[in-house]
Design a protein around this ligand. Structure first.
Ligand code: SF4
Length: 190
């Protein structure tokens, strides 16, 4: 890949495949996050590349927080952020009209392998539903950390884990100075 003239051993950019390998995710997951503007990338003619400094910064921030860089979650966060100003009743109408709610387990066409975990079962129950983001947004707003069952292809445990992060984002959105302060704190910590 491209290199600095000053430092030939350190790449300036990673290919998407190289970055995906570093993050231990599939290239398609990373491509999706890039296309949704959730992951830093630069377009060079017909292909994307990942600036090494951007990837290193994400890894350093994740290490500091004790988390992982998860492109799928980053993309989901961006999609949910786009729904933040949609009123509850509009979201509820969309989910009721277009969601696959009400499907029973025995109606679900399970994949070739039987789901072996709750997470896999939840993903299969909602597979193909076109309103998973709207469903998740509504569930987080209405049920918060008391949510039960399967919604948006996620188990209740995963949605309860996601809730505090979602809430922090929303509070920062509602109070720009809080977002600025959070950014400043992150900058100080680096
Ligand atoms: S995401 Fe799942 S729970 Fe939500 S409407 Fe679609 S099928 Fe129903």
């Amino acid at each position: 890949m491209h290199t600095d003239s000053a430092n030939v051993s350190r790449p300036t950019f990673y290919t998407v495949r190289e970055a995906a390998r570093i993050l231990r995710v599939g290239p398609s997951t990373l491509y999706r996050a890039i296309r949704e503007d959730a992951f830093p990338a630069v377009r060079l003619r017909t292909r994307y590349v990942i600036p090494a400094v951007a990837l290193e910064k994400l890894l350093a921030e994740a290490t500091e927080r004790g988390t992982l860089v998860d492109p799928a979650r980053m993309a989901a966060d961006v999609r949910l952020r786009r729904l933040r100003r949609v009123p509850d009743d509009v979201l509820a109408e969309i989910v009721a009209a277009e969601g696959l709610a009400g499907r029973q387990l025995n109606e679900v066409e399970l994949g070739s392998g039987c789901p072996v975990t709750d997470r896999e079962l939840a993903a299969q129950l909602c597979a193909g539903c076109p309103v998973q983001d709207e469903c998740l947004e509504l569930d987080l707003r209405w049920m918060a950390d008391q949510t039960l069952g399967v919604f948006a292809g996620l188990t209740e445990a995963d949605r309860r884990t996601a809730y505090p992060l979602w809430l922090t984002e929303r509070r920062a959105d509602a109070c720009p100075s809080r977002r600025a302060q959070a950014g400043a704190n992150a900058g100080d910590a680096r």
